[in-house]
Design a protein around this ligand. Structure first.
Ligand code: FAD
Length: 502
């Protein structure tokens, strides 16, 4: 049982964790990063690090016997999900009653599995959700910093307008515009120079080779290639992966004590370890950080945590839907996995929606237009400790997804009407046209200014921080990682100045 002390420990290596570790390392603070997933740098038997969506194996999912993709069927047939080996794969689906949460597992967190859409929220909406945060500073300093460090780039016109791999996007755009909606090009962290080489047949096809939610083998500038590489480059940051934090508490000297299981890729514990630190950064994602903190409070390990920890959780109003196009509007046998456009109706006062025109890369023609809609759903969930499971569980009622459906329906009914098309009912189970029971964008649980002060310092304790998606109050109006990264930059700068350098 190894015990080691660090000045600071960062739990999790997603956006918030990567930003925190880099800035701590640059400030000369010895820092340990703990990540329960793998370091994805070793090729499997097929010579690739990650598997394709269309040919999943154990690498696809975090300790499951079968894949759990968001689309459960095609033509009502259970043809999408496959049996896989139980293994420390890269995508997790945490199934709570009425709401499942997808998250990335591995060094880089969500950046390993996400679509890379790098969207800065509209300024007036950011102000609405986080009125105490200085908007001017965010839009002039921290959003640009996040965009620059994440190497955000924009799709070249030639790809968007001419590539067969973006036909689905052009069809989606044309049909939205026919119904009077505005569309916008969405920046991404995927390297479009690499994508152009994919198109030219010069490199491994990743975005053009059906790779994304189970990882990309090329082109994706995930955090391990940006922030985390720089963090390790400071020489002050130590990374331990396949290290799962089991519990956090405070010892008699006021240091935080972190109990960890080192696991192998089959999930077996190979060592138990204890680390201590002065400054503890919770960056395990909205659900990860919130779950650990609620459990610490309810089991008496950190009894002074405020009651706001575990509240104000939202799904960013996520709802997925699909339309059936006419035969003369094929969406393409070839589809890039990297989305490039959104339908932007966020200014609509009654039904604000920002909908990603999403790919459905099956390799055959489906005539389907797929969308991930982000809506302004005011409903919030909370976490409750379940003593039998020894876990904090998300409480989200089925009815709480209805506002998202109503908004998405208002948009897509209009698009269907203008194009004389209908919804697809065969993709999400139970003849549903709207998949309202999962989210890619978990947000909140330890909200800024409620569970924490205005910089992520948790109330009731010193030197204990949240710096990830758990701080964002349930909704950002757009895909969230740019907001999470920019907020993390803002908070860590203040914390280093005020709590660590003084
Ligand atoms: P995360 O990135 O979730 O990182 C948390 C890390 O902590 C994980 O690596 C996790 O394994 C680790 N961890 C958790 N618990 C423990 C523990 N007990 N011990 C040790 N480690 C632990 N957002 C966008 O902006 N654009 C997109 O296009 C987009 N597409 C998405 C597509 C998919 C399929 C998914 C799943 C998400 C997508 N997102 C997208 C959302 C985005 O990836 C997340 O909002 C973002 O990753 C959250 O960042 P975070 O720092 O809060 O936490």
């Amino acid at each position: 049982n190894e015990t080691t002390h660090f000045t600071s420990i960062v739990i999790g290596t997603g956006y918030g964790g990567a930003v925190s570790a880099l800035r701590l390392g640059e400030a000369g603070v010895d820092t340990l990063m703990l990540e329960m997933g793998q370091l994805w740098d070793k090729p499997g038997p097929d010579g690739k690090v990650f598997c394709k969506m269309t040919k999943p194996d154990g690498r696809a999912m975090w300790f499951k016997n079968r894949t759990e993709a968001p689309l459960s069927s095609f033509l009502w047939i259970d043809a999408i999900n496959r049996p896989i080996d139980y293994y420390a794969g890269v995508l997790d689906r945490i199934n709570y009653p009425n709401m499942s949460v997808y998250v990335g597992r591995g060094v880089g967190g969500g950046s390993l599995v996400n679509g890379g859409m790098a969207v800065t929220p509209p300024m007036n909406y950011f102000q609405e959700i986080l009125p105490e945060v200085n908007t001017h500073e965010m839009y002039n300093k921290y959003f640009p910093r996040a965009n620059q460090k994440l190497q955000v780039n924009t799709i070249p016109n030639t790809l968007l307008e001419n590539s067969p791999y973006y036909r689905f996007t052009r069809v989606g755009r044309q049909q939205a515009e026919k119904a009077g909606f505005k569309t916008v090009t969405v920046p991404n962290i995927y390297d479009y120079n690499y994508m152009q080489q994919e198109e030219a047949g010069k490199v491994h096809k990743s975005a053009f080779g059906k790779e994304v939610i189970y990882g990309n083998n090329g082109g994706k500038r995930s955090l391990d290639k940006t922030y985390l590489a720089d963090a390790l480059g400071t020489g002050k940051v130590t990374l331990k992966y396949l290290h799962r934090v089991d519990a956090i508490t405070q010892n008699s000297q006021g240091l935080y004590q972190i109990d960890v299981s080192e696991i192998n890729t089959s999930g077996a514990t190979v060592a138990k370890k204890t680390f201590t630190c002065k400054h503890l950064f919770m960056c395990a994602g909205s659900v990860g950080s919130t779950e650990m903190l609620v459990r610490a409070r309810e089991t008496g390990k950190l009894p002074s945590l405020p009651s706001e920890v575990g509240t104000h959780w939202g799904n960013n109003g996520n709802v997925m839907t699909a339309r059936a196009n006419h035969m003369w509007h094929p969406t393409g046998t070839k589809q890039s996995t990297i989305p490039a456009m959104g339908i932007n109706d966020w200014d609509n006062a009654s039904n604000p929606v920002f909908a990603e025109i999403a790919p459905l890369p099956t390799g055959f023609e489906t005539w389907i237009s797929l969308y991930l809609a982000i809506t302004k759903n005011p409903e919030r969930g909370h976490f409750e400790y379940d003593a039998t499971k020894q876990q904090a569980v998300l409480r989200w009622g089925a009815h709480q997804s209805q506002p998202s459906i109503n908004s998405a329906k208002a948009m897509f009914d209009k698009i269907n009407k203008a194009n004389t098309t209908i919804y697809r009912y065969d993709l999400f189970g139970n003849n549903k046209a709207f998949a309202d029971d999962f989210t890619y964008h978990p947000l909140g649980g330890c909200v800024l200014g409620k569970a924490t002060d205005l910089y992520g310092r948790i109330k009731g304790y010193s030197n204990l921080y949240v710096n990830d998606g758990a701080l964002v109050p349930g909704n950002t109006g757009v895909n969230p990682f740019i907001t999470i990264t920019a907020m993390a930059e803002r908070n860590i700068e203040k914390i280093i100045q005020e709590d660590m350098l003084k």
